[in-house]
Design a protein around this ligand. Structure first.
Ligand code: PEP
Ligand code: MN
Length: 289
């Protein structure tokens, strides 16, 4: 099908036909994605929090209890970890999924966790409330199709090197595979630039832009976006001010002992303070938390 160039100045360079499920609707109505009983994309800001990785100790449980009492409503934690080095901890895999089940049962928090391999989608979907497609997988077409066909809510992270168009196109693969209405939430997590002093450069332009031009809910991961725990609060506030529907934050009951990404991981008291600040901000923005 031939695509018409889009005339809306906000959408210059993007092709309306190529982004048929993800561009803004003419009436401006945005999608809401339900994860358990948590709605992402509505008036209420949603905070997903938890450790980078599920570990074989009580850190997941202690962290989940702590973030739940601070106001997080979704638990994050990776059982399959896409590490840069094959010699680093790769995640607990099935054992990690079982630990997530236990902690969900105790806290009532729905769980978002990454699936790396299309062959694992059924298994991970049978334990998770939301499937995370990580930044390294954003253009893994078989994986995108498989998560879309699962019917599960999907959290689609932006790749380190993907443009907004490529990112939305990845969402289109998922939604198409789900019959045109698969529930997808975007997650900005920083892109690679020439700047080495932070792990990534959190692209808040993309957040403000996507609020204008896309119907998909969008959350921000300031942990991977900065790589530094001390920058996470400021970039969380900035993300909400730019229009994000929520946050994905790495938190650990004992951050220094975190098996991965310790430098960007908040402790429970810093996280509780952050949620308080975000609540004040949400109200100022006419939203809720
Ligand atoms: C994560 O959130 O666990 C993760 C690995 O992030 P990213 O895919 O953004 O690097
Ligand atoms: Mn991490």
């Amino acid at each position: 099908m031939k695509s018409e160039p889009c005339k809306d100045p906000a959408l210059i360079g993007l092709e309306a036909e190529a982004l048929r499920h993800s561009l803004r609707r003419p009436d401006g109505r945005r999608n809401v994605v339900n994860v358990g009983d948590v709605a992402i994309g509505g008036e209420r800001i949603v905070i997903a929090a938890g450790p980078c990785a599920v570990e074989p100790n009580d850190s997941l449980r202690l962290t989940a209890l702590g973030v739940a009492s601070a106001g997080a409503t979704i638990l994050r934690g990776g059982a399959y970890k896409p590490r840069t080095s094959p010699y680093d901890f790769q995640g607990l895999e099935k054992e990690g999924l079982l630990l997530l089940d236990e902690v969900r049962a105790e806290t009532g928090l729905p769980v978002v966790t990454e699936v790396l391999d299309p062959r694992d989608v059924d298994l991970v979907a049978s334990h998770a409330d939301m499937l995370q497609v990580g930044s390294r997988s954003v253009q893994n077409v078989p994986l995108l199709r498989e998560v879309g066909a699962s019917g599960h809510p999907v959290l689609l992270k932006r790749g380190l090197m993907t443009t907004v168009f490529e990112w939305l196109s990845a969402a289109e693969y998922i939604i198409e595979a789900g019959g045109g209405d698969a529930p997808v939430v975007l997650c900005e997590r920083g892109i690679r630039t020439f700047e080495p002093t932070t792990r990534n450069t959190l692209d808040l332009n993309a957040v403000a832009l996507l609020r204008e031009l896309s119907r998909l809910p969008l959350i921000v991961d300031p942990s991977h976006g900065t790589g530094r725990a001390d920058l996470v609060p400021a970039m969380s506030r900035a993300s909400l001010a730019a229009g994000a529907d929520g946050l994905l934050v790495e938190v650990h009951a004992s951050p220094g002992d975190s098996w991965s990404d310790a430098a960007q991981t908040l402790g429970l008291s810093s996280f509780a303070k952050l949620v308080g600040e975000c609540r004040t901000l949400a109200l100022a923005l006419g939203r809720d938390l």
